[in-house]
Design a protein around this ligand. Structure first.
Ligand code: TXA
Ligand code: MG
Length: 321
């Protein structure tokens, strides 16, 4: 198992040696390595078992630091960075040649963000390279929102996890770029579209076009538990599985089910607050995946605010008929 601690200089030592460290961010934990060192980046892909055509986000301590790795920042995207960095926003920007091909899978744009977590910002400020970091989970599985989640799955492959507690946003960053004059959202995430639109006006959401080769690795099946994960009307599904005497677990927004054992159900937010629900989503999916149920039943959230990003994750996690 990896050591879990808050020692920034230890984390720096591991990274300087070309090895990987799990780092906390406000969204999810990242599996970080020196983005300018192709061998370190290669070991990220290997550790996660991630296909190398799926490019990585680089993490920097500030907008000023981002300028070292991109040739220019279109003004609407600069405005977004000024408003929302540090925060759950990733920008796709034209890369400088100092960013190795392996980081972007050969694409012309590099994904950049400034994470909102004091430990990781302190660490980044001490490094003379950005950190490439995908979510710290095996490819395709649920993203980790606590050091324990990371240790459970990657603990035998990395030596150190920087402990920043539970992630406060709980959903990956929203990914934004430009195509001609159009502002495009490629992945729904922790920064709500309406907040983005309040700064730069109307945006286009392309997060579902899996046919678009420029789109982020939006593979249809992702964020998935190992158990069958079924989306639908919870009251109907609960009745159906109860009748058939199947051991099931229930993931709801706020509803509880008196006939289902407490250990087999999680309401994401008793107040039906979507931000709160986002924070708890991945941990809840893991808990139910580890329960003794044979199937997990879940419902979609209202399609508003962060509900859209949560629904995106739920749909990708769900078992296709
Ligand atoms: O919140 C987050 O973004 C977390 C934390 C650790 O920062 N990171 C994260 O990384 O979610 P990952 O690798 O799990 O997801 C990054 C997404 C992928 O879908 C990838 O395809 C897309 O970003 N992406 C990265 N670079 C890209 C590029 N140059 N062009 C298009 N999509 C890119
Ligand atoms: Mg991921």
């Amino acid at each position: 198992m990896a050591v879990i601690g808050q020692d920034i200089s230890r984390a720096k030592g591991v990274l300087d040696a070309g090895e990987l460290v799990a780092i906390p961010t406000e969204t999810v934990y990242g599996l970080a390595g020196n983005a300018l060192n192709p061998a370190a980046v290669a070991s990220i892909f290997e550790t996660k078992n991630r296909p190398s055509f799926d490019p990585l986000i680089i993490h920097v301590p500030s907008l000023g630091a981002a300028e070292n790795y991109v040739t220019n920042i279109p003004s609407p995207l600069r405005k977004l960075a000024e408003h929302f960095w540090p925060g759950p926003l990733t920008l796709l920007l034209p890369r400088k040649s100092n960013i190795p091909d392996i980081v972007t899978s050969g694409l012309d744009r590099v994904a950049v963000r400034v994470p909102d977590h004091s430990l990781s910002l302190d660490l980044l400020a001490q490094l003379d390279y950005p950190l490439a970091a995908p979510s710290a989970n095996p490819f395709g599985y649920i993203s980790p929102t606590s050091p324990k989640h990371v240790n459970a799955q990657l603990g035998d492959k990395i030596s150190y996890i920087l402990d920043g507690g539970n992630c406060k946003v709980g959903l990956e960053s929203t990914i934004v770029g430009m195509e001609e004059d159009e502002i495009v959202v490629y992945r729904l995430g922790g920064l709500d579209i309406s907040e983005i639109e309040s700064i730069v006006g109307k945006v286009t959401v392309k997060s579902h076009s899996s046919s678009n080769p420029q789109a982020p690795g939006l593979l249809e099946s992702h964020y998935a538990p190992t158990k069958p994960f079924i989306l639908g009307n919870l009251n109907e599904m609960v009745a159906y599985y109860q009748e058939r005497e199947v051991d099931f677990a229930v993931l709801s927004l706020s509803q509880s089910f008196p006939a289902v054992p407490v250990g087999n159900q999680i309401a994401l937010s008793p107040q039906a607050d979507l931000k709160d629900a986002a924070t708890h989503l991945f941990a809840a999916m893991r808990t139910l995946d580890e329960s003794n149920a044979t199937v997990i039943l879940a419902e979609l959230m209202p399609e508003e605010g962060l509900g859209k990003a949560i629904n995106d994750r739920l749909k990708r996690a769900s078992t296709k008929g």
